[in-house]
Write a protein that binds this ligand. Structure first.
Ligand code: CA
Length: 218
């Protein structure tokens, strides 16, 4: 049974979600960020439903700390705010999707399914050659033995490209699979992140294929 942790401080929402989801998943629930971080480390959930506005630590910081502590759960952010800048920030910090309140349980269930499906499809846990070592599970990377700072989103993008090593991946496919939500940012967003990855890794790893997309080459 897959495990879901719900971190949400509104009692009615928390109870509603727990009741609904525990029919399908093994479910934990808590009402603040600190308890959520502890539970996440202890129970190692597959997915975390994370409210953005919490009484102690905000959802963005919870997200950041989860990655720092090496918790490899997929994350769906729940929020009352519907702003693109929040969505992008959440994704940058490693969230997998974003849902705005009020939402229907049906819609949430569909998103949960989609995120868990994508999670099952991500097979690459590590990439290594004589220069680069990348651990996608621990979010750690080094180049010539020196630590390399990549954002959580850059790790996800790179992981996807590496899993298609030697093959071309289109921008649209990257948006769907890495950014993964309905309100898609412009394909320029992909280009900007590829540019940043190239700067960090070295130019030779990611090739641009004219009009098609990008290709990771070892
Ligand atoms: Ca809240």
């Amino acid at each position: 049974m897959q495990k879901i942790l719900i971190i949400e401080d509104e009692p009615a929402i928390l109870t509603g979600l727990k009741d609904d989801l525990s029919e399908i998943y093994q479910t934990w629930a808590c009402a603040c960020g600190k308890a959520g971080l502890e539970l996440a480390q202890k129970e190692r959930p597959d997915l975390i439903l994370l409210d953005l506005l919490l009484p102690d630590i905000d959802g963005f910081d919870v997200c950041r700390e989860l990655k720092e502590k090496g918790v490899d759960a997929s994350i769906i952010m729940l929020t009352a705010r519907d702003q693109l800048v929040d969505k992008l920030k959440g994704l940058e910090l490693g969230a997998d999707d974003y849902i705005t309140k009020p939402f229907s349980l049906e819609e949430l269930r569909a998103r949960i399914k989609a995120v868990l499906r994508r999670r099952a499809l991500a097979p690459e846990e590590r990439y290594q050659d004589s220069v680069l070592v990348i651990d996608f599970k621990k979010y750690q990377a080094s180049k010539n033995k020196k630590p390399l700072k990549l954002s959580a989103l850059e790790f996800k993008l790179l992981r996807f490209l590496v899993s298609y090593k030697g093959k071309v991946v289109g921008r649209k496919q990257l948006l769907e699979q890495v950014w993964g939500y309905q309100v898609t940012p412009a394909t320029r967003t992909v280009d900007a992140h590829i540019l940043s990855l190239r700067k960090k890794l070295g130019k030779r790893y990611i090739a641009t294929v004219h009009r098609e997309g990008y290709r990771f080459q070892a």
